[in-house]
Design a protein around this ligand. Structure first.
Ligand code: IMP
Length: 425
């Protein structure tokens, strides 16, 4: 039987709970692949009560079977990769066997992080709320042919030459911002260590993927962020630098989109985001505080409290349509237990007129009035429930409404962070 190529994608602003889902699905996978973003993403996996926060290494690392791949579109901060690798090596995982890194990945250099902070500070009250991990600047360098790719670390003299040249240019900008110039000597030991460590893991991912496709292997593609942060289709400029939509797979891994069999859209039962920009269904009351605390809505990467609100279904539908999502996973629905009523945004009004999500620029979005549908809540703790029919009737109704609105079947409902707490519908 042909094994599928599956993509897991976030349909909101990231933090939908993709890490747990990928870990769960990775059990039988041959390859688990990250293909965009960098350590601005943070995926949390809980196994036997222990929490793992992953930023670069794909979430499938905690399953026995799969090889995990950091593919071409991922940008790598050397310090973060080293730290993350150390955690898994300590657990006895043989990364030389388990982890593959594409030679084409771009490196986040020290000046990228400095520039990210400098631009954010210069924006003042208009700051975007980036993760300050150097993401915008590293992608800007990539598209303007100024990037440094990871395979260049394997040719040390060439690497130093490039690092020096780029640092000289970037230092001029940093000095103009009033920031102390970077001295490359400070960073060379880390880069050298990384080079030695990852040499055996750098492999041609194109060949690996082509072979896996031919042999009908099960490839699981782990999307990061969420479609609302897509560089083109998200709420620009409050976006990230990657192509988060389904087409980003082809761009970031070389695996043709046409080869993907199943596209799983992850929908958190409510909305959250970190960073600036409009958030039409945002809540500022006690319900927001309750959801934030119960859902532990604090950034995995930055620890920032996340903004929270009701589920914004037109935005999610836009994401599903953009990415041909054909299966839905609802996460964190247990966090809504105990609320007397739950609202869902089903449309927007601008100056008294109905408006579609796709017609909104970000300025209009800030002025949109959400149109809500209210649902009665449920009181029961649902975290131990194993079958859909055993969920409280009101919870079932909520799920069924989401399915009907999105016109995509809900296949999994996740009721707690634990790997096993997933109801297959
Ligand atoms: P950057 O990706 O660090 O440049 O940040 C740009 C915007 O994307 C900010 O609003 C970040 O908070 C947001 N962002 C980037 N990656 C993630 C993610 O994985 N989850 C949630 N928000 C993210």
């Amino acid at each position: 039987m042909k094994k599928p190529i599956q993509l897991v994608i976030g349909t909101q602003w990231g933090d939908e709970g993709k890490g747990k889902i990928v870990d769960l699905m990775a059990r039988n996978a041959d390859l688990v692949v990250r293909f965009h973003g960098g350590n601005n993403a943070g995926h949390t996996v809980v196994v036997n009560g222990k929490k793992y926060a992953l930023h670069l290494i794909p979430s499938g690392i905690l399953q026995k079977k799969p090889t995990v791949v950091i593919a071409d579109g991922v940008v790598i901060d050397p310090e973060v990769l080293m730290e993350e690798m150390a955690v898994f090596e300590k657990m006895g995982i043989n990364l030389k066997k388990k982890l593959v890194i594409s030679p084409r990945c771009h490196l986040i250099m020290p000046y990228h992080k400095e520039l990210d902070v400098a631009y954010e500070n210069a924006r003042g009250k208009n700051k975007l709320g980036t993760t300050k991990r150097g993401i915008g600047p590293v992608f800007a360098d990539k598209v303007s042919y100024n990037g440094v790719r990871i395979y260049e670390l394997l040719n040390w003299p060439l690497f130093i030459e490039k690092f020096k040249f780029q640092t000289e240019i970037k230092n001029k900008i940093l000095v103009a911002f009033g920031i102390a110039p970077i001295k490359i000597e400070t960073y060379l030991p880390t880069f050298k260590k990384l080079a030695e460590k990852i040499r055996p893991m750098i492999k041609d991912t194109f060949t690996i993927f082509q072979k896996a496709i031919k042999q009908k292997k099960y490839i699981l593609l782990e999307g990061a962020h969420g479609v609302m942060l897509d560089n083109s289709f998200g709420l620009y400029p409050y976006v990230t630098a990657s192509n988060v939509i389904e087409g980003g797979v082809n761009i970031g891994s070389g695996i043709p989109s046409k080869k993907i069999d199943e596209i799983w859209g992850v929908v958190k039962a409510y909305t959250s985001r970190v960073g600036g920009g409009p958030l039409t269904t945002e809540l500022f009351d006690k319900t927001a505080d309750d959801i934030r605390e119960r859902g532990y809505e604090y950034g995995t990467t930055t620890g920032r409290p996340r903004r929270v609100g009701w589920l914004d279904l037109p935005a999610v539908k836009f994401s599903c349509q953009l990415s041909s999502v054909n299966r839905i996973i609802i996460t964190k629905i247990d966090i809504l237990s105990g609320l007397s009523s739950i609202k869902v945004c089903v449309g927007y009004k601008l100056n008294g007129r109905k408006i579609e999500f796709s017609q909104c620029g970000y300025l209009e979005l800030a002025k949109l009035i959400p149109v809500y549908k209210s649902f009665p809540g449920w009181k029961e703790d649902i975290t131990k429930i194993k079958t859909f029919n055993k969920l409280p009737k009101n919870c079932q109704k909520y799920v069924k409404f989401i399915e009907k609105y999105l016109e995509v079947k809900v296949k999994i409902v996740s009721v707690s962070p634990e790997r096993e707490a997933s109801i297959f519908v």
